[in-house]
Design a protein around this ligand. Structure first.
Ligand code: Z5A
Ligand code: MG
Length: 228
């Protein structure tokens, strides 16, 4: 099943590497906590490498940077920050990786990204921040070629592996996050039924991702998020 809107997320187009070299695809996995993003991202990268594609696993937040360490302290309740401030830090954490992201894509490496700007907007908007305000700092980041949304009812996700101690891992909050994700769907999204067995989902994702990688290789330019 595809995303339910025909409205694209892409702004003004920007060329690929400035050469005719095939580029990699920017593929993002999104979904509620415990929907299986990290499991499926890792499996996808292993699969792609196994069949000879250049692919890397990325995740946001990237907790290895100094901004990422501030985010990590916040998520584990070791520090308190204003909602707007933490929102901008999450966004800064993506911007600090933008240049490397583009370099990798232009050199032909496909990036499988575990959470991206959609998490940023959905989680902050679920706290009550204005959706348009939340989107603004993301304008101009590379737009994903494909968003795989792992769709699962919040109650079902909560049964998996148990929520941990991080601050957003609460059922009522996750329900609000699901509504905000819904408002962000566009034509780059594929909605994946994440209630099925892991192996079944894995197979489905492999087919979708391979098609997308081929489309990027034949000249689809890299575009920018939400700039229109
Ligand atoms: N956040 C934000 O606010 N703003 C931002 O800009 C960004 C993030 C980028 C940290 O995320 C928090 O930051 C997150 C959003 C917020 N909120 N919270 N809480 P994180 O990515 O570090 O969170 P995580 O620790 O990786 O957990 P996760 O993402 O919630 O889980 P997941 O990756 O989707 O699921 P999983 O780890 O692959 O699987 C979870 C369990 O379910 C595990 O036991 C699996 O074996 C099991 N599982 C997975 N798939 C299945 C299937 N199909 N069947 C049965 N069991 C399954
Ligand atoms: Mg995860």
């Amino acid at each position: 099943m595809e995303g339910d809107s025909s409205k694209g997320n892409k702004g003004s187009l920007k060329t690929g590497g400035g050469s005719n070299d095939p580029r990699g695809a920017l593929i993002v996995l999104e979904g509620l906590d415990r929907s299986g993003k990290s499991s499926q991202s890792a499996r996808l990268v292993s699969y792609l490498e196994g069949i000879g594609h250049s692919a890397e696993l990325w995740r946001f937040p990237d907790r290895t940077t100094s901004v990422g360490q501030m985010i990590s302290a916040y998520l584990s309740n070791e520090s308190q920050l204003d909602d707007h401030t933490i929102h901008l830090l999450f966004s800064a954490n993506r911007w600090e990786k933008r240049s490397l992201m583009e370099t990798k894509l232009k050199s032909g490496t496909t990036l499988i990204v575990d959470r991206y700007s959609y998490s940023g907007v959905a989680f902050s908007a679920a706290k009550g921040l204005d959706l348009h305000w939340c989107k603004a700092p993301e304008f101009g980041l590379p737009a994903p070629d494909l968003v795989l949304y792992l769709d699962i009812p919040p109650e079902k996700a909560a049964e998996r592996g148990g929520y941990g101690d991080e601050r957003y891992e609460q059922l009522e909050f996750q329900k609000k996050v699901a509504e905000c994700y819904h408002a962000l769907r566009d034509s780059s999204w594929k909605i994946i039924d994440a209630c099925r067995p892991m192996e079944e989902i894995e197979k489905q994702l492999q087919g979708i991702v391979l098609d997308n990688i081929v489309a990027c290789k034949v000249g689809k330019p890299i575009s920018q998020l939400w700039s229109s």
